[in-house]
Ligand binder design. Structure first.
Ligand SMILES: [Ca+2]
Length: 468
C-alpha cells in the first residue's frame, strides 16, 4: 500500500464527520437526506497520464487541476478497459465490458453505437430524480435512438463523434469530408458544418453550458457529464488562451481545459453545493503519440490504441468533501466500469435490468480499512481483440499473445506520424515492481499466471467465443 494511503485514523475521522452530518433532520452538511449527492464527471479526450500536475510535471501551468487534486484523492492506478474513444465512453456510461456491448474502437458518423438495451448512468440516476446533462463529445451512437436525449440525458450539447472526423482530416479528408461535423443542442443541429472558426470555441461552449446547468440545478440532485473534445486532434484553443502557455498549442489547450475545471469548481462553490458534490476528473485513454507536439505524454508503455498502460491507465482525481480524504495519492486500482455502480450506490439507485460488469467500489476509493476490490480482474482490449486482464488489486497484468501498434516516428503540428505492428507473446508483468511492463515474469510466477489465465479464458468464452 502506498505510504500516502488513508490511515485507519484518517478514515475514522472522515467517518465521524459523515456520521455527524447524517444526524440532523432534513438537511445535513448541505445535503438533503432524501437524495444522493450531485455528480460531476469531467472526461478528457486523449489526455496523457502525465499531462497535469501533480501526475506529471508539464511546463505549462494547470493550477485548477492541481487544486482539485489537493482537495480530492489522486488515483495513480485508474484504468479504462479499452484505450479508444467509443469503447472507453461506452464502458464508463454503461458499466459494461466492451466485449458485452460490442462497442469497440471509435465509431464514425451515423453509427448505431451502443444498443439501447444497455442503460446509461443517466437512466440509472434519473430513477432517483436526478437532472442529467452531457456537454461535450458523445460518441456512443449517432442515430435517433442512440443520441444523448434518447439515452438518459435531459440536456445536451456538443459533437456526436470525434472532432477530426471532418473535411480537414489529416489522413483521409475525402472520406470524412462526406459527412458534415455537426454541433447539436438538445436534440437539434445548431451548427450544420463545424468549421475552423467553431472548433476554438468548443471548450468554452461546453464550460458555459456546464456552469449554467449548475446554476439552474443547484437544488439538485444532478449528474453533469463533461466529455471535452480536447485535447483530441485537431487542437484548437480560444483567443484568450492562444500563446498563453508559451510552449505551443498543446500547452495552450491544456491551460484552457484547466480554466474550464476552475469555472466548474467555482460554479459549485458559488451555488453552495461544493460539499454536496462528487467530482471525478479523468481521460478516456492515453495520448495519441503519433501527433508529436500535438500529443500529451505518459510515462507508461505505448499509448492510445493499445492495451499497455500508456493507453489504458488514466490520471484520475476524485473530490468528495467529507467522504474521501483530500490531498492523498492512492495506488488502489479501479476502472471506469465501476463508476456507474458506484454512483448508483451513492444515489440509492437500483442497478438496471441489464447485466452490469463494474462494481460498487466506494469503500475502496474512500479508503475504508480492509476494503478490497470486488472485481477479480479487469479486461483490456483493442478494437474487437481481447488482449488480456489486470488483477483487481492492480498487482498483476497478463497479456495474451496479440499484435499492437508501436510508434516509428511522430509528426508535428497536426500531422500524423507512422506506426508499425509488433507482437507480444503470452506475458505476465508485476505492475508493482515493473509498472512499465518491461520484464515478462511468467516463468517466475506460474501460479499467478494460471490464475489470470483462468480469468482471461473465462472472459474470452463469455464475450469473444463467437468471434475467435
Ligand atoms: Ca480518446
Amino acid at each position: 500500500m502506498n505510504s500516502s494511503e488513508l490511515t485507519r485514523r484518517g478514515f475514522l475521522k472522515i467517518a465521524a464527520i459523515s456520521a455527524a452530518g447524517m444526524g440532523g433532520p432534513g438537511i445535513c452538511g448541505g445535503r438533503r437526506q432524501d437524495r444522493g449527492p450531485n455528480f460531476v464527471v469531467i472526461f478528457l479526450d486523449d489526455s496523457g497520464w502525465a499531462d497535469f500536475q501533480p501526475f506529471g510535471a508539464p511546463v505549462y501551468r494547470t493550477p485548477n487541476v492541481a487544486q482539485l487534486a489537493s482537495e480530492g484523492c489522486r488515483f495513480n492506478n485508474f484504468y479504462v478497459p479499452q484505450a479508444v474513444c467509443s469503447a472507453s465512453r461506452c464502458a464508463l456510461l454503461t458499466g459494461c465490458y466492451p466485449g458485452r456491448t460490442k462497442v469497440f474502437g471509435a465509431h464514425g458518423p451515423n453509427a448505431r453505437g451502443c444498443d439501447p438495451k444497455y442503460a446509461t448512468i443517466g437512466h440509472v440516476l434519473k430513477t432517483r430524480g436526478y437532472a442529467t446533462a452531457i456537454f461535450g463529445k458523445w460518441h456512443i451512437g449517432d442515430q435517433e435512438d442512440t443520441r444523448p436525449w434518447s439515452r438518459g440525458f435531459d440536456e445536451s450539447c456538443g459533437l456526436m463523434y470525434s472532432n477530426d472526423m471532418w473535411e480537414f482530416h489529416p489522413e483521409n479528408p475525402e472520406h470524412w469530408g462526406k459527412f458534415p461535423l455537426q454541433f447539436w443542442e438538445n436534440g437539434r443541429v445548431t451548427i450544420d458544418r463545424v468549421t475552423k472558426e467553431h472548433q476554438p470555441m468548443l471548450t468554452t461552449w461546453y464550460t458555459e453550458h456546464a456552469v449554467d446547468f449548475i446554476n439552474r440545478h443547484k437544488d439538485g440532485p444532478f449528474l453533469l457529464y463533461v466529455p471535452h473534445s480536447m485535447p483530441h486532434v485537431p487542437l484548437f484553443v480560444s483567443d484568450r488562451f492562444k500563446g498563453k502557455s508559451g510552449v505551443g498549442l498543446y500547452g495552450d489547450v491544456m491551460m484552457e481545459i484547466d480554466w474550464s475545471v476552475g469555472q466548474i469548481m467555482k460554479a459549485l462553490k458559488d451555488n453552495g453545493v461544493e460539499d454536496d458534490t462528487m467530482v471525478i476528473f479523468t481521460s478516456d485513454n492515453g495520448p495519441w503519440i503519433s501527433y508529436g507536439n500535438h500529443s500529451g505524454s505518459t510515462p507508461y508503455r505505448e499509448a492510445k490504441g493499445t492495451g499497455f498502460d500508456g493507453g489504458t491507465r488514466s490520471a484520475c482525481i476524485v473530490k468528495f468533501p467529507g467522504r474521501i480524504q483530500p490531498g492523498i495519492a492512492s495506488s488502489r486500482a479501479w476502472c471506469t466500469l465501476d463508476i456507474l455502480p458506484t454512483l448508483a450506490h451513492l444515489a440509492g439507485a437500483e442497478l438496471p435490468d441489464n447485466p452490469v460488469d463494474g462494481k460498487d467500489v466506494f469503500d475502496l476509493i474512500a479508503g475504508k480499512p480492509g476494503a478490497q476490490n470486488p472485481s477479480d480482474y479487469y479486461p483490456f482490449s483493442t478494437g474487437a481483440t481481447f488482449e488480456g486482464v489486470i488483477s483487481g488489486d492492480g498487482k498483476w497484468k497478463l497479456h495474451l499473445p496479440h499484435a499492437y501498434r508501436t510508434l516509428v516516428e511522430a509528426a508535428n503540428d497536426g500531422k500524423a506520424g507512422k506506426y508499425r505492428q509488433d507482437k507480444i507473446p503470452l506475458s505476465l508483468f508485476d505492475m508493482v515492481n515493473d509498472p512499465f511492463e518491461t520484464t515478462n515474469v511468467i516463468e517466475k510466477y506460474p501460479e499467478v499466471a494460471a490464475r489470470l489465465k483462468g480469468y482471461a479464458e473465462k472472459h474470452r468464452q463469455m464475450f469473444y467465443a463467437a468471434a475467435q
